[in-house]
Design a protein around this ligand. Structure first.
Ligand SMILES: Nc1ncnc2c1ncn2[C@@H]1O[C@H](COP(=O)(O)OP(=O)(O)O)[C@@H](O)[C@H]1O
Ligand SMILES: CC(C)(COP(=O)(O)O)[C@@H](O)C(=O)NCCC(=O)O
Length: 345
């Protein structure tokens, strides 16, 4: 954070900010904060490898992501992550060098291969974290040293509906206790142990349940992105009061997608309406019965689901984990990212 950076000063002028009135650094915050325009200058020399049609393919229902946002927000982020991956690799090489006296004696660890760089993507239901995760995946895969990027969503680790019923957790889908957290922790720990193949179960929004027998196989990629509501949850205390590990203990970097809860509520309701006219029309959709509702009834129902499930989960579990992220993307009410916070080092 040098005092005079011509690129940043130019960006501040473009953004109508007075370069002479630069605010004092906030020494009480663990984050550096950047307006989008300033952050957007941080990868100017990097060509944008995606086209409009790629964005349309990656964008979730209702999301407004466009090429400008990819260039100004995600390209710099992918550049930073590329640097962090290199730093991690350098650290790995140094550690192997540190082991080298063991080599002659045959005592060097046999599995000294590096493990995948794991990135967590957290945020509320309907905030657009799946679009964020998919765009990051595409961008990172285009950097020459991380061609193999895999993405999994934590919904695969939800208990099947029958098990949620048995545990009296219907109506709590998405709350931390609705996930098989032990299985998720074993999954991530296997990935970070360097296992050549690790399997994860699959959830379907269409059937609103785990898909029996389906799995995704993660084969030691360069980068693994793990997206889900609760990925930044701290470990919960065991019955004897001791605290174990959380999946975030295995993350090399994490992103929290943030917005005002009243904006997210609006996005959730309008997405529900879009789904009513789209996916719910399909007779196999679990929500097919809702396709018959008129728009007012659908708005009432979506509001009820938001107020009774998704908002309480956001307030009680998801939002309190925001401060644990390495990077926070702040969206304004039109879905565009206005501000980026990066954890200080
Ligand atoms: N009932 C549904 N039917 C079909 N797709 C859905 C349904 N609910 C959510 N989705 C899709 O699932 C994905 C994940 O949604 P969500 O968990 O709300 O996270 P986010 O909106 O932050 O990506 C989104 O692409 C969304 O459009
Ligand atoms: C499947 C989800 C819990 C999200 O799971 P994630 O991948 O974030 O772990 C959420 O998108 C969802 O559909 N919640 C359902 C709330 C409800 O209507 O019961």
């Amino acid at each position: 954070m040098s005092h005079v950076d011509p690129q940043l000063d130019r960006a501040r002028k473009l953004a109508g900010l007075n370069t002479a009135r630069r605010s004092e650094p906030d020494t009480t915050s663990p984050f550096w904060e950047f307006d989008r325009e300033v952050w957007g200058t941080l990868a100017q020399a990097t060509p944008l490898p995606l086209k409009q049609r790629d964005i349309e393919r990656l964008r979730g229902l209702g999301d407004r992501m466009n090429l400008d946002e990819v260039a100004q927000v995600y390209l710099p982020l992918s550049r930073l992550l590329n640097l962090y991956v290199s730093a991690q690799r350098a650290k790995h090489d140094l550690t192997r060098e540190f082991f080298s006296p063991l080599h002659e004696r045959g005592l060097e660890p046999q599995d000294a291969k590096r493990t995948p760089f794991v990135i967590g993507v957290a945020g509320s239901v309907a905030v657009g974290k799946s679009t964020t995760a998919r765009v990051l995946r595409e961008l990172l895969a285009r950097w020459p040293d991380t061609p193999r990027v895999e993405l999994i969503t934590t919904d695969g680790f939800l208990y099947p509906n029958a098990e949620l019923d048995r545990r009296r957790l219907n109506g709590r889908k998405g709350f931390p206790e609705s996930y098989d957290r032990r299985k998720l922790l074993k999954f991530i720990s296997a990935v970070k142990s360097g296992a050549p193949e690790v399997r994860a179960p699959v959830y379907s929004h269409h059937t609103y349940d785990i898909v029996p027998g389906a799995e995704v196989v993660v084969r030691s990629p360069d980068v693994l992105i793990v997206e889900g509501l609760n990925v930044l949850q701290p470990a919960r205390p065991r019955q004897d009061g001791t605290v174990g590990l959380a999946i975030s203990d295995y993350f090399d970097f994490s992103v929290y997608v943030d917005a005002r809860s009243r904006d997210i509520r609006q996005w959730y309701i309008s997405r529900f309406l879009k789904l009513k006219h789209g996916a719910f029309q399909d007779e196999d959709s679990y929500f097919h019965r809702y396709s018959q509702l008129d728009d007012d009834e659908a708005i009432t129902l979506a509001t009820e689901i938001w107020d009774s499930i998704n908002f309480p989960n956001l307030r009680e579990n998801v939002q309190p984990s925001r401060g644990r992220a390495d990077l926070v993307l702040h969206k304004s009410s039109d879905h565009t990212i206005r501000k980026v916070q990066l954890r200080k080092l």
